[in-house]
Ligand binder design. Structure first.
Ligand SMILES: *[C@@H]1O[C@H](CO)[C@@H](O)[C@H](O)[C@H]1NC(C)=O
Ligand SMILES: *[C@@H]1O[C@H](CO)[C@@H](O)[C@H](O)[C@H]1NC(C)=O
Ligand SMILES: *[C@@H]1O[C@H](CO)[C@@H](O)[C@H](O)[C@H]1NC(C)=O
Ligand SMILES: *[C@@H]1O[C@H](CO)[C@@H](O)[C@H](O)[C@H]1NC(C)=O
Ligand SMILES: *[C@@H]1O[C@H](CO)[C@@H](O)[C@H](O)[C@H]1NC(C)=O
Length: 232
């Protein structure tokens, strides 16, 4: 629409149309891309960390959600022990709302307490020790999505005794700030990418116009200075 009023576009509306179409295509592709990434989602809760006293029993929460349904969903809990991932538990859930066949447990004091009715694959960690502290990964793979991997993380802190909320508050603020910065960066990246592609398109369009202006067809006579007095 905007380019048409520029007057340089002599070939009628047909030149403006493809660029508008491409923009819609691009937006559609972006939307679809975002949707597909989130076909399966693992979730360790709004507050994905916990401070527990040694000797206490803690719940490591995890739920999953899928907008396309699941078939033979493979899930696994892992513990990051100084960089090496140790399997904690795993199993396969045949279909939606069906309990897993048999949940294999690879670590002591671990109990599976999930329920497929609630898409819940949480585990319980009994009598935690200081060695249990660290990052736990809740991992899921839905064969319906060609084996794409999805994970969520839960961090366990083990302390001798619970201190005042100061520490927790700091962590909350830190995660909030971190999350916000990540969001901003993603947003800027997407924006720049879109602008870049749009600029590229614009460039292409301009090139087309420049070359086509050689083959003169100034029936409309919109471009004042440039139009050669052909009809006169
Ligand atoms: C927690 O650890 C401290 C220090 O090692 C120990 O004194 C205490 O008994 C432990 N508490 C439990 C409940 O195991
Ligand atoms: C874990 O990492 C710490 C610090 O990087 C190191 O001192 C310790 O030896 C490591 N433990 C194991 C079991 O690798
Ligand atoms: C946890 O500790 C209690 C008391 O020490 C013990 O009776 C219980 O068997 C322990 N549970 C597991 C799963 O180790
Ligand atoms: C998952 O199941 C456990 C054990 O039944 C429960 O404590 C926990 O609240 C459940 N989590 C969610 C998000 O429903
Ligand atoms: C998905 O996870 C499995 C098991 O952890 C791994 O072998 C595989 O390389 C991962 N695939 C992708 C695409 O990340």
């Amino acid at each position: 629409m905007v380019s048409r009023s520029g007057g340089r576009l002599r070939g009628g509306g047909s030149r403006g149309a493809p660029s508008e179409g491409s923009v819609s295509c691009l937006l559609l592709a972006l939307i679809i891309g975002v949707c597909c990434v989130h076909a399966l989602e693992m979730n360790t809760g709004k507050v994905p960390f916990l401070e527990a006293v040694n000797g206490s029993t803690v719940l490591l929460p995890c739920t999953y959600a899928s907008c396309i349904g699941i078939t033979n969903l493979y899930f696994k809990w892992e513990f990051n022990d100084n960089g090496t991932m140790q399997k904690v538990a795993d199993s396969v859930i045949p279909t939606d709302h069906m309990e897993p066949n048999k949940v294999q447990i690879y670590r002591e004091r671990v109990e599976y307490v999930g329920s497929s009715k609630e898409n819940n694959i949480s585990i319980l960690l009994w009598n935690v020790t200081f060695e249990d502290a660290g990052v736990y990964t809740c991992f899921g793979k839905n064969p319906k999505e060609k084996g794409r991997n999805h994970s969520a993380f839960f961090t366990l802190y083990v302390v001798e005794e619970l201190k005042v909320v100061d520490n927790t508050l700091t962590i909350i603020i830190a995660s909030c700030v971190g999350g916000f910065i990540a969001f901003l960066m993603t947003f800027m990246l997407l924006k720049n990418l879109t602008l870049f592609i749009l600029a590229k398109m614009e460039e292409k369009n301009k090139e087309c116009l420049v070359t086509s202006s050689g083959i003169d067809n100034t029936e409309n006579g919109l471009s004042g200075s440039k139009s050669t007095p052909k009809k006169a």
